[in-house]
Design a binder for this molecule. Structure first.
Ligand SMILES: [Zn+2]
Length: 417
């Protein structure tokens, strides 16, 4: 049997305690994050939290590898337990066979015992017959002696009245002897035969008894073996249940760690949002004039204000200025600010919206390319996009709009041609 798993099991269990300790330390982290959100959020504080998330993810890798080790050990134990069980069921089969043998032998012994009983009574009967015949012979001879008052056979013979009587007496004695002896011999022969049969039966019974004893010893050995194997199975089951406990602990810790990561990530998102708001809040407009959003192409193809629509012939309000320029011409940020959106819409095409603070925004539409992204801080004159004709546009141009306190205003309030 393999016992080296015990050594293997020691490491993961040690790991559990190490990681549990690490977790307790880790659990202080969300409190720190919450404390930080009460004060000022910085990119550094967000970076620090993200590093902690990475560390927690590393910890999970360690836990998962420990978990997989314990699972392997458990599988190994289960395999060995199942091997043992099939061995025990084989032993059970053996035992059933042995018990069958014992029953068969017991039946055979019972039959022999019955035969022996019968043969004992036959023997008694035979012996009784021998004895009876012996007694009969003795009685008939004594009767003859006593009738003639003679003390011996010779006297009996010699006391006969004549030769004829003598011969008669000799014949009589002989015939009595002959008859009795034949019967006696027959009975003796029969008794000896019955005796022999009985002895043979006893030998057979003793042999069966020996066999039974041998099989019973075998039975005891197999039962002992089964008992030992069942103890081993119980030991395996204990080990397996310990491993299951360890697996549950690992899984619980992985769940806890994942919950911690989720909480950290949520808090980091909150911090990022706060940081965005802080950045947005610090933007203030100092009242300076805008930089013209294109370098060389200052031809206004469609001005701000009310105008007759060129094809529809109806009066329309144009909320910005259209500046004609070749595709790819750099578009500049009109003033310092933070990019609110750098995105696409079906009407505006690729567009950029910049917050300059104090409710002042600029919008740049129909770009062929965008060079900035949301939340990015920009300086007056930074290249933020390239001229194009995306969205609802008939040709390459920049539609430049300005919003103040939630409404479009004339860009010429902030621009000079
Ligand atoms: Zn326009």
């Amino acid at each position: 049997m393999k016992l080296d798993w015990k050594a293997k099991a020691a490491l993961p269990l040690f790991l559990i305690h190490m990681l549990a300790a690490a977790l307790l330390v880790g659990q202080a982290v969300p409190l720190d994050v919450r404390a930080a959100t009460d004060g000022k959020v910085t990119q550094e504080s967000i970076d620090a939290k993200e590093k902690e998330i990475d560390q927690a993810k590393e910890d999970i890798k360690g836990l998962k590898s420990g978990l997989s080790d314990v699972k392997k050990i458990k599988e190994e134990l289960e395999r060995e337990k199942s091997d043992l069980k099939s061995y025990v069921s084989k032993l059970d089969e053996n035992l059933a066979q042995i018990e069958g043998d014992i029953r068969r032998l017991e039946n055979e012994i019972a039959v022999k015992e019955a035969d022996l009983l019968l043969s004992s009574s036959e023997l008694e009967q035979a012996e009784r017959k021998v004895q009876e015949q012996y007694d009969l012979t003795k009685t008939s001879i004594r009767f003859m002696y006593e009738a003639e008052k003679k003390s011996s056979v010779w006297e009996l013979l010699l006391s006969a009245g004549g030769f004829g009587e003598l011969l008669n007496r000799v014949d009589y004695i002989n015939s009595v002897y002959e008859y009795d002896r034949n019967l006696w011999e027959e009975y003796l022969l029969n008794r000896n035969y019955v005796q022999l049969c009985k002895e043979q039966l006893e030998v057979e019974r003793d042999y069966l008894e020996e066999q039974k004893q041998a099989v019973e010893e075998q039975q005891a050995q197999v039962e002992e073996l089964i008992e030992a194997k069942r103890d081993q199975i119980v030991a395996y089951e204990t080990d397996i249940s310990n491993k299951e406990q360890a697996i549950r602990e690992y899984e619980q810790e992985i769940d806890d760690q994942n919950a911690l990561i989720a909480e950290l990530e949520r808090l980091v998102e909150e911090e990022k949002e706060r940081l965005r708001q802080q950045n947005a809040a610090v933007v203030t407009y100092d009242g300076g004039m805008f930089k013209f959003p294109l370098a060389d192409y200052t031809r206004v193809s469609d001005d701000y204000g009310e105008r007759i629509h060129p094809t529809l012939g109806v009066l329309q309000f144009h909320n910005g200025v259209d500046l004609a320029a070749p595709k790819g011409t750099a578009i500049y940020a009109a003033y310092d600010g933070v990019v609110v959106a750098a995105s696409y819409s079906s009407s505006m095409g690729n567009y950029v919206m910049i917050n300059h603070g104090d409710g002042l925004y600029t919008i740049y539409m129909h770009a062929s390319a965008l060079y900035v992204s949301a939340d990015q801080s920009v300086k007056r004159g930074d290249a933020i996009a390239a001229v194009g004709a995306t969205g609802r546009a008939t040709g390459n141009h920049l539609h430049f709009g300005v919003r103040k306190d939630g409404a479009y205003v004339s860009p010429w309030n902030y621009l000079s041609k």
